[in-house]
Design a protein around this ligand. Structure first.
Ligand SMILES: [Zn+2]
Length: 195
């Protein structure tokens, strides 16, 4: 029973992270439209700017350029580590979107081989996703939703995920524990109990 609970908690954790990584691939593409200064949904005159021919020397938003670069570097780095961890049985795609998709697809297998690496990948991807969500429109997946895993503190299946606040919380009034959304506490607690 404990093993089943642990397996379900890990599967849920991996599946949420894989969704986040796939959303990040879409956000990375969308960020390209926000590199020019004055672009983006944050600008009140954004609609007017879109219909106007922009000057070639339009200043850029360095924070957007930096974030895109960081996503690209991590996509490359972790896709390569995923390939190494899976002993070359998978190939590293050419583009950033492909690499992120490859990481998402093999995350469960990586977790089996190297749990520390999987946790590192998940944390880095959640960070990028959060930063990108401040610039590009938040993906539809950012509404709070419930998950079936039992709370590691009170044991009730009353957990919810708030992707916008990056938290997993317990809805039991007597419990109300809250964790970071990338925190593997659900998996690690259940694992220790199972020993
Ligand atoms: Zn609880």
């Amino acid at each position: 029973m404990r093993d089943e609970q642990h397996a379900r908690a890990v599967a849920g954790w991996i599946s949420r992270a894989a969704t986040t990584i796939r959303e990040l691939a879409a956000q990375h593409a969308d960020l390209a439209g926000h590199v020019a200064a004055g672009s983006g949904s944050g600008a009140s005159d954004g609609v007017g700017i879109r219909g106007t021919k922009v000057a070639p020397d339009l200043p850029i938003r360095p924070e957007v350029v930096d974030l895109r670069g960081a996503i690209e570097r991590d996509a490359k780095r972790y896709a390569s580590l995923v390939r190494g961890t899976l002993r070359g049985t998978v190939t590293v795609p050419v583009g950033t979107a492909g690499r992120l998709g490859m990481i998402a697809e093999h995350l469960a297998a990586v977790h089996v081989e190297d749990g520390v690496l999987a946790a590192e990948v998940i944390e880095a991807m959640w960070d990028h996703h959060r930063d990108a969500s401040r610039i590009v429109d938040p993906p539809r997946g950012l509404r709070p939703f419930r998950i079936e895993d039992p709370c590691p503190v009170c044991g009730f299946p009353s957990l919810w995920v708030d992707p916008k606040g990056w938290r997993i919380g317990c809805g039991m009034p007597s419990c109300r524990h809250i964790w970071g959304v990338a925190d593997p506490v659900l998996a690690s607690n259940a694992k220790e109990d199972a020993r």
